[in-house]
Design a protein around this ligand. Structure first.
Ligand SMILES: Nc1ncnc2c1ncn2[C@@H]1O[C@H](COP(=O)(O)OP(=O)(O)OP(=O)(O)O)[C@@H](O)[C@H]1O
Ligand SMILES: [Mg+2]
Length: 319
């Protein structure tokens, strides 16, 4: 069984890492996956959330990394816990506040690195700095880099109209998840339930975010499938065993998946192909949006969150 490993991290405090980790674990569990959440934070917020909320079947662990010991100890510990958990779950999610004492190599252990960030300019600049320092991981040609998914969190409905992503240049290729909205109802869910069950715009936004994580996974696995198929073609002449026909069959299945991934990629992997380019500000303003405060909550659902991304892509593609 190949386990999909997700790291939810950022160097900033209070951006929503634990909220995203606990609720994503619950979301993926409800999709029928076996899920382990490893909480690497001292506060233990995500593990406490899942332990005290109605049991949804996520395996929960809380390990405090020896960050003060420096050297390789933190990364060795993290790797050990991750690999153990991976042997018994289809998905492992780790909640970790990044510090400079953690070696960047740790990120290579993961398939997906989710970086929650608020959309204020000051926080986006901090996120860009964090990504810049780890550019060598995401651009690595030696190891397989993790997929990077930037997730706007705690987003106020009126911020959906802003063009912050056009002003901030990110130094690495990344996928942009639909935003998770800020709501009092989300705070009230702590230890009581899950964002995916909220019957409001925040609940809708979280479900859209969950879908984008599944899409990111499918795209990555399709790409890996394609790579393996290509490799198997290259080595095919020397393979004359039954294993070869198994490989070929697997290749067909993967090619079918690729069809889906093209659609998914046009929805979710937009800025990755257009990094360092600016989005035209006029494309960021939603011309059909009513200019009142109240209707914007319902507006996010009606505009469909992939539309939020499409508007951003139009700007760069029409350049
Ligand atoms: N979508 C949301 N809507 C409203 N409040 C939110 C949302 N997401 C997180 N919060 C609130 O923001 C605060 C920080 O959230 P959380 O603990 O998930 O962030 P964190 O990045 O894990 O923080 P820390 O760095 O302390 O570990 C909490 O009070 C939480 O309830
Ligand atoms: Mg936390």
């Amino acid at each position: 069984m190949s386990t999909f490993k997700i790291l939810v991290t950022s160097q900033k405090g209070g951006v929503g890492k634990s909220t995203v980790s606990a609720n994503l674990a619950a979301y993926l569990r409800r999709q029928g996956q076996t899920v382990t959440l490893i909480d690497f934070d001292t506060h233990g917020s995500s593990s406490t959330w899942l332990t005290r909320a109605p049991n949804i079947g996520v395996v929960v662990q809380h390990h405090i990394l020896p960050l003060d010991q420096g050297g390789n100890r933190p990364i060795l510990d993290a790797r050990l816990h991750l690999r153990r958990a991976a042997s018994s779950s289809e998905i492992v999610i780790c909640d970790l506040t990044w510090t400079d004492s953690i070696a960047g190599e740790l990120m290579f252990e993961y398939d997906l690195v989710i970086v929650p960030t608020s959309v204020s300019e000051i926080e986006l600049a901090a996120t860009a700095g964090f990504l810049s320092r780890h550019r060598w991981v995401f651009d690595s040609a030696i190891h397989t880099p993790p997929t990077l998914l930037v997730c706007p969190t705690r987003v106020q409905p009126e911020q959906l109209q802003s063009d912050v992503f056009s002003k901030q240049r990110f130094p690495v290729s990344f996928m942009l998840a639909p935003p998770v909205l800020e709501a009092q109802s989300a705070r009230e869910m702590f230890e009581r339930g899950y964002l995916m069950d909220l019957q409001d715009a925040c609940g809708t936004s979280f479900n859209e975010f969950g879908k984008s994580v599944c899409a990111a996974r499918e795209m990555r696995e399709s790409a890996q499938g394609m790579r393996q198929t290509t490799n198997s073609r290259i080595t095919a002449p020397s393979m004359r065993t039954a294993g070869m026909s198994n490989m070929a069959t697997a290749g067909v299945k993967r090619n079918n998946l690729l069809g889906n991934s093209a659609t998914l990629s046009s929805q979710y992997s937009i800025l990755g192909r257009h990094r360092m380019q600016k989005v035209r500000p006029e494309d960021m303003t939603n011309k059909s949006a009513p200019h009142t405060d109240a209707p914007q909550n319902t507006h996010i659902a009606s505009m469909g969150i992939p539309q939020f991304l499409k508007r951003m892509s139009m700007g760069v593609m029409n350049k």
